[in-house]
Design a protein around this ligand. Structure first.
Ligand code: AMP
Length: 217
């Protein structure tokens, strides 16, 4: 599991971990963005929460996450990003894991100061098709995904006022969740300032040392 504020690099690192360990990447935000595309009342409802940077109601998130984690491709493990995001979701997470007979190996908390989050999100572009994450450059090079060739787009919730709200919600909700993982001995803390490969190396080192987890591919 990856924890950290918006813009900490969770999504980028989760994708790298997913490739390295050969298990699926479960991105709660992306699952909700997909669900928001549906031309249904539920889809429209989810979209409104996403646009405003507000947490989607728990009963909606619960169903989406439960069915994703129960899928056959998650049977041998997964990298989870974006869930749990509140104390109450933490209880739900524990219940889902117990239902599925699974145990959390590690919760990796990526630490970055708020100024870094804001700077990164103001320049973030994502691929509209595969979700790969990029930083836009001053040079304005062709904004095309290196992975699948699709056009890159800015996320509507990366606008400064929405970012500030998302950071506030993170600060308010995640303290108790982090404390619970720390008390359980599953928390691994990593400095998220630096380039992508540097941070990835720190995560791997911490996972090897603290949890005995090493990757197989
Ligand atoms: P992210 O892609 O992780 O930045 O999440 C984008 C948005 O999806 C958040 O600002 C929330 O609106 C929503 N979201 C993601 N994860 C959750 C969650 N666990 N509970 C409720 N809403 C969520």
């Amino acid at each position: 599991m990856l924890l950290g504020p918006p813009g900490s690099g969770k999504g980028t690192q989760a994708r790298m971990l997913s490739r390295a360990y050969g298990v699926p990447y479960v991105d709660t935000g992306e699952l909700l963005r997909e669900a928001a595309q549906a031309e249904t009342e539920l889809g429209r409802q989810i979209k409104r929460f996403l646009e405003h940077g507000l947490l989607v109601p728990e009963r909606i998130v619960a169903e989406i996450i439960r069915s994703r984690l129960a899928s056959p491709d998650c049977a041998n493990g997964f990298v989870l990003d974006g869930f749990p995001r509140t104390r109450s979701q933490m209880a739900l997470f524990q219940a889902i894991m117990a239902e599925l007979g699974k145990q959390l190996s590690a919760a990796v908390l990526i630490d970055v100061p708020e100024s870094v989050s804001i700077a990164r999100l103001s320049r973030r572009l994502i691929c509209g098709k595969c979700g790969s994450i990029y930083q836009s450059t001053e040079g304005g090079e062709a904004a095309i995904c290196a992975n699948c060739g699709e056009r890159l787009i800015a996320r509507p919730d990366d606008q400064p006022d929405v970012v500030r709200r998302r950071l506030r919600i993170y600060a308010r909700e995640m303290g108790p969740v982090i404390a619970q993982f720390r008390a359980a001995g599953t928390l691994v803390e990593v400095d998220g300032v630096g380039d992508v490969d540097e941070v990835f190396a720190r995560i791997q080192q911490e996972l090897r040392h603290k949890s005995g987890i090493s990757y197989t591919v």
